[in-house]
Design a protein around this ligand. Structure first.
Ligand code: FAD
Ligand code: NAD
Length: 476
């Protein structure tokens, strides 16, 4: 048990309006923050760091300490019930402890990591509770954190929150001290990079600590170093797209928050005859129809994949044998495409072959919806036969509806009825199709398909004088 220390204030106070001296009894714990004086004793039991941490600021000006640890916390609203008055005089300087590098309630005060560029700052976390809720706050201090950067899981009592920041990720991984309800909320304040994760307590008891740390808890390391994390997802639907390709809908567990960013893939894992088989797949949208843009299923609860079944393949025949209601393990997303590559673009060219169309789905949709500078999007879609073309009707429908979008189908094994273009990727085809309409227009070319297709495409685009920055190829 903590022993409460009483400490009076060595300086006079003013109440907000009246100039009057206040006296605080020795049982109360006054603390100053930005010139405001709080009696923090009622807050003791809610403070995430416990009494000892709060007592470090008691009886003194806690502004510096507060800034070090809680700079992003809105203490004015949180402690408003504890406000006693405002400082009348500047407090006498209080000798400061050297708080550097001392872990506070799981908060690494270490501000820089040795393997990070100097400007990168290590994130930290804090938590607090009310009678029914536990709120975990992660201060990433990064401006480009959005809902896609936050991955939350809760499985078998273990809580895991990963915040992806460029090639790094910050991980909270703990076995919670108490049970929670199946209803986790995650919010991101994009301007400050503050992430709030709200857990609902199962029984309204006060938590003394958040949980027991698990592997890599409170670490900020290269994203890849952590390995892939999987959760079991339920197959909820399976719809034919072509003779050998289907659209599968997978439902995330209720406590998982995960959105697959544009251009990224996940790994699906199945255990077949005691052996684990893992293959990458690029999630798509439910459909390209804009009238279905209000999705039937919210983006952060369902993952859609278009998968071609190869009868002699290692993974796909087993995956296709799954029945509705069966489970498959799905990893966290990976990939090096950045949404920012679509910013300020004027022309977007998509070169896809077979299921290499899958990354183009979200890119196409995002660019047409969000890139205001965009004047033209052209998809060149290579397939063997007409019956292999994925979402042909939807693509034609989109081209009819949106004048910025054009699609061309090129078949390598057409029937004699085919009147469209034929062949494989080649210089004559590309030089006509991938052409800047203005000399200096901002262009991006995305390419995806079988490895020889992609490699040849990259070579040809180089010959056509497109720069490396203007070409993005999707590989494993
Ligand atoms: P495999 O066992 O890999 O076999 C595939 C075919 O090749 C079969 O016909 C097989 O008989 C033949 N084959 C295998 N080995 C040989 C060999 N040595 N010589 C000759 N032939 C051989 N696919 C999708 O359908 N949708 C997607 O969204 C998707 N996204 C992807 C994202 C990424 C980043 C990558 C790298 C790949 C993606 N793929 C996607 C492909 C996918 O990962 C699998 O490769 C594909 O599903 C085949 O898996 P499989 O194990 O069933 O077949
Ligand atoms: P497919 O065998 O049906 O071929 C589709 C077209 O690709 C052909 O019509 C042809 O135009 C072209 N093509 C095939 N082989 C070629 C070669 N050797 N040289 C030049 N062009 C060639 O394609 P599929 O079975 O749908 O396979 C799609 C491929 O795309 C797979 O290899 C898959 O791994 C890959 N893929 C990669 C990603 C990624 O993000 N990296 C995503 C999805 C699919």
């Amino acid at each position: 048990m903590h022993k409460r220390r009483g400490c009076g204030l060595p300086f006079p106070l003013v109440c907000d309006s009246d100039v009057m001296q206040l006296s605080i009894s020795v049982e109360e714990e006054p603390m100053i923050c930005q010139g405001l004086v709080y009696n923090v004793s009622p807050y003791m039991e809610y403070h995430p760091g416990g009494e000892d941490e709060l007592m470090r600021a008691a009886g003194s000006d806690g502004t510096d300490l507060f800034d070090q640890v809680h700079r992003w916390v809105n203490y004015e609203s949180m402690l408003k019930e504890c406000l006693v008055g405002r400082m009348a005089v500047k407090p006498v300087a209080v000798a400061k402890e050297n708080h550097e590098k001392k872990p506070l309630n799981g908060i690494l005060l270490k501000s820089k990591l040795p393997d990070l560029p100097a400007k990168e700052i290590s994130p930290s976390y804090d938590w607090f509770q009310t009678e029914s809720l536990v709120t975990i706050v992660i201060y990433t201090k990064q401006k480009d954190v959005d809902s896609e950067s936050v991955i939350v899981d809760y499985q078998d009592g273990c809580f895991r929150a990963e915040i992806v920041i460029n090639d790094y990720s910050y991980l909270l991984h703990t076995e919670l001290s108490h049970e929670i309800q199946e209803d986790i909320t995650a919010r991101v304040a994009e301007k400050t990079g503050k992430v709030e994760i709200i857990l609902k307590k199962k029984d309204n008891v006060s938590w003394k600590y958040l949980g027991h740390p698990l592997e890599n808890h409170n670490s900020f390391t290269a994203h890849r170093e952590k390995g892939l994390y999987y959760r079991k997802c339920k197959l909820v639907s399976k719809v034919d797209v072509t003779h050998d390709t289907k659209l599968y809908c997978l439902m995330l567990p209720p406590d998982t928050h995960l959105q697959v960013p544009i251009g990224q893939h996940v790994y699906l894992k199945l255990t077949v005859a005691g052996a684990e088989i893992v293959k990458p797949y690029t999630p798509v949208l439910e459909s390209l129809h804009s009238d279905l843009q209000e999705p039937l299923h919210p983006h952060n609860k369902y993952i859609y994949v278009i998968i071609k079944i190869y009868h002699t393949g290692l993974f796909t025949p087993h995956f296709d044998c799954l029945q509705i209601g069966d489970y498959v393990s799905v990893s966290s997303p990976e990939g090096n495409f950045k949404k920012s590559q679509l910013q300020d673009l004027e022309e977007l060219f998509l070169l896809a072959a077979g299921t290499g169309f899958t990354p183009m789905v979200k890119i196409l949709n995002y660019a047409l919806t969000n890139t205001t500078s965009l004047r033209k999007v052209k998809l060149m879609f290579f397939n063997k036969t007409e019956e292999d073309i994925l979402w042909k009707n939807q693509l034609e429908h989109l081209a009819d509806k949106d004048r910025r979008f054009e699609v061309e189908f090129i078949l390598s094994e057409p029937t004699c009825e085919w009147t469209g273009k034929q062949g494989r990727i080649s210089l004559p085809l590309l030089s006509k199709f991938v052409k800047r309409s203005l000399e200096n227009s901002r262009v991006l070319i995305c390419i995806c398909g079988p490895a020889p297709f992609t490699e040849q495409g990259i070579r040809l685009l180089k010959d056509l004088n497109f720069s490396q920055e203007e070409v993005h190829s999707f590989t494993a």
